[in-house]
Write a protein that binds this ligand. Structure first.
Ligand SMILES: NC(=O)c1ccc[n+]([C@@H]2O[C@H](COP(=O)([O-])OP(=O)(O)OC[C@H]3O[C@@H](n4cnc5c(N)ncnc54)[C@H](O)[C@@H]3O)[C@@H](O)[C@H]2O)c1
Length: 352
């Protein structure tokens, strides 16, 4: 039985607690929050779970693992202290607020032989895994572009901008599906209500394969939209995460360029308007799959799908997007070799 503690019982933490509570081979023994009222709520839902406002109790308690669902600015320090106390650690997205701190956690987890996992929840959804199956079967052809819209009115975050808040979802989905990192990132955004904390942003990820991804994030939009469009050379796919039972639609639509033509009059694109079909997507709660995967990774001593490196891939793209945002939208290159990034700085100097 893996004994788990959860720190952070605000908006998202209770979802983790509920799923861990129901996961096999897992016992949630304690949860921690600075806010007593959140602990009272947890106690009313799960009377057997101990509660504390003091994170030290988790550090020195009889726990195998800790799940962190506190604000992003606290992730690194909390995770570091739990890894140093030889606990396996699960951190909500984004893993940390900088790639330097993420790399430190990866090294620490490797030294201590502990599982370090990040909550890239969408990688565990049935819909995203169905899309992965479809893309890998070649049905869509080569990816031309991806367009993602993740907008709503709220929830404003006090310590991070909309890119840090929402882009981890899109970036982790796209990285998981394409198994490729962008080579450059551009971003533009605006802060209107809170100086310096952008509430709306448009980010472009350029890939070496020729694909491009456009990400639209906003906390100030009249509509709640969670939609991704994948345009391939053969077919197009629309993923609407809000739709209850038509999450994925495949459009047999495309454009065909004639192979040969002698003059401009013969040169015409042929537009193909074929069928639309809705593949069946098995329903299950992604967070249940994600929390079970964490427990299994601990039990089996295996690397989780969304491990520290997966968290690092996302964070360095968000960092680049923010660098672009600060410099007016210019292209920021992404270092492709994560292994080189992870080397100690003294070794990097020699290699350069
Ligand atoms: N995977 C997802 O889909 C998803 C969705 C929402 C939020 N999240 C992530 O979950 C994390 C938490 O977000 P939220 O919206 O629940 O935030 P929140 O502000 O609603 O809750 C955070 C809680 O942590 C507590 N807290 C803060 N610092 C603490 C400390 N040092 N010790 C103990 N308690 C502390 C606060 O009192 C609060 O109750 C963030 O990383 C966020 O990005 C993930």
């Amino acid at each position: 039985m893996i004994k788990v503690g959860v720190i952070g019982c605000g908006y998202w933490g209770p979802n983790l607690i509920r799923n861990l509570y129901n996961a096999p081979n897992c016992e949630v023994t304690i949860c921690c929050d600075r806010d007593e009222s959140r602990l009272e709520k947890m106690k009313s839902l799960y009377p057997s779970i101990q509660t504390t406002t003091d994170q030290q109790v988790l550090l020195y308690g009889d726990l195998d693992a800790v799940c962190i669902a506190t604000p992003v600015s606290t992730h690194y320090a909390l995770a570091k202290s739990f890894l140093l106390a030889d606990k396996h650690v699960f951190i909500e997205k984004p893993i940390t607020h900088s790639s330097a701190s993420c790399m430190e956690l990866i090294r620490l987890a490797e030294q201590r032989q502990k599982v370090l996992m990040v909550g890239h929840t969408f990688e565990y959804t049935a819909a995203v895994n169905k899309i992965k199956e479809i893309i890998e079967s070649g049905e869509l052809g080569e990816m031309i572009y991806i367009s993602s819209t993740r907008v709503n009115l709220g929830l404003f975050q006090p310590d991070i901008n909309v890119i840090w808040d929402l882009a981890p979802h899109d970036i982790s989905i796209i990285s998981y599906l394409l198994q490729e990192d962008p080579i450059t990132v551009n971003s533009q955004g605006r802060s209107h209500y809170n100086t310096g904390i952008e509430e709306v942003a448009m980010t472009t990820l350029n890939y070496g394969s020729g694909a491009v991804a456009f990400l639209h994030h906003s906390w100030v939009d009249p509509n709640k939209i969670r939609s991704m469009v994948f345009v391939g050379t053969k077919k197009m796919l629309v993923y609407d995460d809000i739709s209850p039972n038509e999450k994925i639609k495949i459009f047999d639509k495309g454009v065909e360029r004639p192979q040969y033509y002698d003059n401009f009059g013969e040169f015409q694109f042929a537009y193909r308007y074929g069928d639309i079909y809705i593949p069946r997507v098995e329903e299950y709660e992604a967070l249940g799959a994600e929390t079970r995967h964490f427990i299994e990774s601990i039990q089996n001593g295996t690397r989780p799908r969304s491990d520290g490196y997966s968290g690092l891939r996302v964070v360095r793209i968000i960092e680049a997007a923010n660098e672009s945002l600060d410099s007016g939208g210019g292209a920021i290159p992404i270092i492709s070799d994560i292994g080189a990034m992870m080397m100690p700085e003294s070794t990097q100097e020699v290699i350069r």
